[in-house]
Design a protein around this ligand. Sequence first.
Ligand code: NAD
Length: 488
Amino acid sequence: MAQRVDIDSHKIIEVYSPATLEKIGEVAVNTPSEVGAAAARARQAFRVWSSLDIKQRSEIMLTARDSFVSRREELIELICAENGKPRLEALVEITYVCDIITFYAKQARRFLSPQRVTPHLLRNKKVTVHYQPRGVIGMITPWNFPIAIPSWKTLPALVAGNAIVFKPATDTPTLGQRYVELLVEAGLPSGVVNIVHGGGGKVGEALVRHPDVRVISLTGSRETGVAVLKAAADGLKHVHLELGGKNAIIVLDDADLDLAVEGIVWSAFGTSGQRCTAASRIIVQRGVYDELQSKLVSAAEGLRLGVGWEEDTDVGPVINQSALEKIDSYTQIGKDEGAKLLTGGEVASNDGLEKGFYYRPTIFGDVEPGMRIAQEEIFGPTTALIPVDSFDEAIKAGNGVKYGLSSSIFTRDVNKAFRAMRDLDTGITYINAGTIGAEVHLPFGGTKDTGNGHREAGQAALDVFTEWKSIYVDYSGRLQKAQIDTAE
Ligand code: NAD
């Protein structure tokens, strides 16, 4: 299987469906000098693209939206085949992509209007603050949302007037390719969005280090984030990092347990647990621990594993062999640590599932907050039940990991809900809902090791892709030297 192994030594990435192991395509790996050529093309195109007015840029984006709508079925099928998600999740992803495009295309004028037109200290002077595009953006993305994550980055970058060199993950390169083709077909001037293929070590690093690339926007693991930050340091680049998570759902004694079970099942096992926001820790107050555990195990055992394009599939495969092995190794780690395996904990290899990378939804009970299965990102369908005595202990356990992406609490006590909103140290908090999901107009990202303080989506994304420029207009017609006097 030529996926996720050392792609850097390959000339071709062969793409196999994680659902069936059938070969579904291939793309050529680019050389570092081809990455340089793509960056140079983007630098040229930036001049043209940034000189268009916002309305022209937005109209091209809206044309692209129409292409995504009309190619929806094709894209859904490709997501099911290449990424492995169930059809419903693929549909949600494409719908979300269309929403992202509409949002940025329609809000661009408002977002990019001069900000803070303020009076100057002197009478005949005005001061405004403008957004300026930054130039060439290097975008590096993972495979778990192969079109939505690129869209999160592309749309705000493009409407602001930047050009892009995009490196998709090596597990989903044909989706990346198709994504760029649809943008180009919509009328983007040549060179505004460029795609390069290859592994992180060679092609990714060449992109990060290229002097024409001013901004790197990466979504990936913590380890990759650190490597990218180091590689970008010499060039003093702007680096936007969206990294891992170890998200917790807290269930208090007064919670609606059926609602909690529903939220946990989809947060832990949706997308086979391969979401940065997946709930891999369930912190449960002891009064409802046994009941929640038995409801949850029975719900997990009722999930149907299968290929994404079959309507009754709840959980698809994981992305590749090494992911399957990593997930399975954490089952052993959990057992060795003394946690109680309640269900799952094995590769699914019957009824045709042996032809793909399927792992049974896995739940551990009696997990201590410090255990590795409760601390490290597994990125698979494994979750850990952690019993606690009180609300305070739950918040402490919730915050006791290095990541800070998403959190959730199920409770009917409004005071505890508000305290949790304040005290959970994550970028996103849900009350009486699971940990997954995102709305395009809200900032998305996390605290601590989940990133470096930037956010995707909403107006916040513009902070990554634009510079502030302060402009002073003096209409007094004479040199005003009295600023100091006035300040005094
Ligand atoms: P990964 O870090 O292995 O790879 C992400 C991308 O970085 C890929 O395109 C890869 O080729 C590239 N890359 C790897 N090493 C590089 C290097 N040294 N220089 C430049 N590029 C490099 O992550 P993955 O396995 O594809 O995705 C899973 C990870 O992504 C998880 O940790 C998950 O939590 C995280 N994630 C975060 C978010 C978020 O918004 N916070 C969203 C989705 C996924």
